[in-house]
Design a binder for this molecule. Sequence first.
Ligand code: NDP
Ligand code: MG
Length: 402
Amino acid sequence: MVMTQRIAVLGATGSIGDSTLAILAAQPQHYQVYALSGHHRLDKLFALCQQFLPKRVSVPIAAVSDFAQRLSRAGLDIDVVGGEAGLVDIATDSQTDTVVAAIVGAAGLPSTLAAARAGKRILLANKEALVMAGQVMINAVKTHHATLLPLDSEHNAIFQCLPLAIQQDNSQIHQPNHGVRKLWLTASGGPFLQQSFAQMQQASIAEAVKHPNWSMGQKISVDSATMMNKGLELIEACHLFDLPEDKINVVIHPQSIIHSMVEYSDGSFLAQLGSPDMKTPIAHALSYPDRINSGSQPLDLFALSGLEFIEPDLQKFACLRLARQAMQAGTQATIVLNAANEIAVDAFLKGQIRLTDIADINEQALDEIQLPPLNETADIEDILAIDKIARHLTDKLVAKLT
Ligand code: NDP
Ligand code: MG
């Protein structure tokens, strides 16, 4: 392990930000909080600046001057930058060793990609960046010798269950001697697993964001309720582990104790288990290849009453089916699906549509926006252009329902 890793936490005010900073606060001998970013929750960001004394901080452009004055009045000498350029600046700063990519949604893509192109060590929570630009991201990581470590608990679990050769080079997964047959992503099934589709149709915002096992930001909580989260994770896994979607199975495991599995050709299934606490995968990735104390509750095996495994209902959870369909169709479709879903989730959280409308809107967006496949040389501009078209059309689909 590098003696003191200088860490930039992008999305420091969110749920992954909280878990990351709790570990960093407990391990000051190993980590220095070099930079932080926030968006709406600037009071919280200010408190984090007082606690961690980062050298740099990024806020929305419109807030730069006020935030800088506020820091200066408090006697804090912290460089304040703004907007997407500010996030990219921090992610590529020569003093930054590790970037924790924990911004939610497409807003996290430019800084995450910039970190890859600057050859950084990236701890990736922002799955949407891979759903939109998986190939571009993975190519950038390889070309610029960056290190990409998954924070998403399922992908972190799979990473831990793979041999070192594949951890270091994902294309090794195809070598027959490693014997990887399939990956198994576990899913909790979310708050509506035991309820009917009709009950799901009536779900309130509070019911939808109340996850049975994990405490997370609002967008991913809604994604878990529709199982779009597992769909996004399926696409994320295809890119991280260089596999087609039909080599990745999804199984509902309501207890969220097994975080995912790798199935090998000799019949072995390797699984990673732990309490459902994001501090475990974050600590793993922070200290990889060493191990540190994460502060999470150890699993009490004697208190476990039984582990269940259930096949997902693809009619009730249509978003999971749509993710496979999009992955088969190509990157242009996964960009459309991600954009449509972000708009639809936002509309649900504003009370404009029902929870079950999200899948319908996503499906309509995939059907109506038929784009030619992106070619090998497609770059971020091409991706953002498709993202924009998809958002525009989805706004219209939402408007029809409201
Ligand atoms: P939160 O909503 O709790 O946090 C999101 C963070 O992104 C906040 O810091 C927020 O700032 C910032 N942000 C939001 N919009 C913008 C924007 N337009 N520009 C810049 N920053 C922005 O989400 P989570 O922490 O739950 O999730 C973050 C990412 O991690 C998501 O991609 C999610 O899918 C992934 N993830 C999360 C897990 C979890 O357990 N929470 C598990 C696995 C993956 P502010 O709050 O100040 O507005
Ligand atoms: Mg996950």
